[in-house]
Every structure is written in structure tokens, then in C-alpha cells.
Design a protein around this ligand. Sequence first.
Ligand SMILES: *Cc1c(COP(=O)(O)O)cnc(C)c1O
Length: 233
Amino acid sequence: MRDISHGFGDIKRRVALSCKRKGRNPEDVVILAVSKTVDTARIREAYGLGLRDFGENKVQEFISKHEELGDLKGINWHITGHLQTNKVKYLPGKTHLIHSLDRMRLAGEIDRRMGLNGFMARVLIQVNVAREATKSGIYPEDVGDFLHDMGKFKNIKVKGLMTIAPDFDDPEQTRPIFRHLNKIFVDMGDKNIDNVHMKYLSMGMSKDFEVAIEEGANIIRIGRGIFGDRTYK
Ligand SMILES: *Cc1c(COP(=O)(O)O)cnc(C)c1O
């Protein structure tokens, strides 16, 4: 099993180098530890090393970890995977940020469930920049309309954008994709859309986070780089 302190140390060092190349402050980049399939003992270990942001893809798995780790102060839980509408009811009050809002019906359900429970959801809009058939996310040309429609939801705050780049052999190939999302991020931020605050740009994973940082990411989502290989994607 991978030594977490070694993995995390390596990621931090590489984040610092990428930031340096661009004159950015490493403290402005959140290292989100994607802990899907990772057991709670190992999550505790990562927390002990200073990690505070953890991402899960499956709601059931998230709920049980959230409960078991309820004693960890200041932990921020992120939902990074595709979110089924019928699972939203488990989330109010438990998530720091949902990265994967990708359709209106899901927004409606998030808004309704948060409202029922007196909570506010902070969300990112997932964008399918590379237009992959196998991935969720709205297309770049639809982001503007989608964001304008968010104004009607009282219990959702849009905090930025997220993308998953294609699984290229050479991470350099992700650059145009990350650059494109950053451009949308900046353009939309300039528009001052009601209920939309472009604060977070979530892009880059273990294989391609360095390119993502160079292209403006301020949340990188790292699974294997910290915890080692896992059994499901
Ligand atoms: C699994 C996953 C990650 C982490 O992937 P690694 O290659 O292990 O770093 C990041 N983002 C999402 C949406 C994921 O599903």
C-alpha cells in the first residue's frame, strides 16, 4: 500500500514547482484528496498529515464515511462524481462543495432538498470541454445560459466550474482543454451573473494536475497520487 505521507509530500512539492513556474502562490491551490475506495483509517491518516478536503464519488460510501469521521474538525467533504437525482436527499448539511452539477433537473432537486432542510448548497458546474460521449457535463457553448438559469434557485450558490480531461497518454495534451475552461471561467466571472461567483476552477487529477495549475486551476483533485492505486475508477 502506498505511503500516504510520501504521496502527499510528492504532490505538494510538485504543486509548488508548478506554481513557481507561473508565479502563483501554492496556498491558492486546494489539494483535494479524492478518497473513493479508501478506508476511513487511511483518511484519518491523511487528515493527520494536514489534508482537510476530501472528495467522494458515491453517495452511499460518502454518507458512511461522513458519519464515521464526524469527529474530525474542519474537514471539508466534496462530491466529485456523477450525482444521481435520487441521492440528493442524503446530502443537505454534509457537503462543502458539489463539483458535478451537470443538468437542470439535478439543480432543481438540489435546490428543493436544501430548502426543505434549511441549507445552502455550494456547487460547481461540470463542463464537458472535450465533448466526450462517456462523460457528463454541459457543453461550453451552453454554460452561459445554464448559469443565467441558476438565478432562480434560492438554495444554490454557484462557486465555479469543474472539468475532467480525457485520459491522454501525454498530459500536455490536456492543456488546450484546461485553457478553454479557464477562459470560460474568466468570461463568466466578468458577466456578474445573479447567484454566480466564479471562485473555484476545479481541474487536474494525478496525471495532469501540473498542466492544470499552469492553466489556472485552484482546486486539483488527487486520488492515486496520494493514496496509491485503487480497485475502481
Ligand atoms: C477518481 C477521480 C479523481 C482522482 O483521480 P486520480 O487519477 O486518482 O487522481 C478526480 N476527479 C474525479 C471526478 C474522479 O472521479
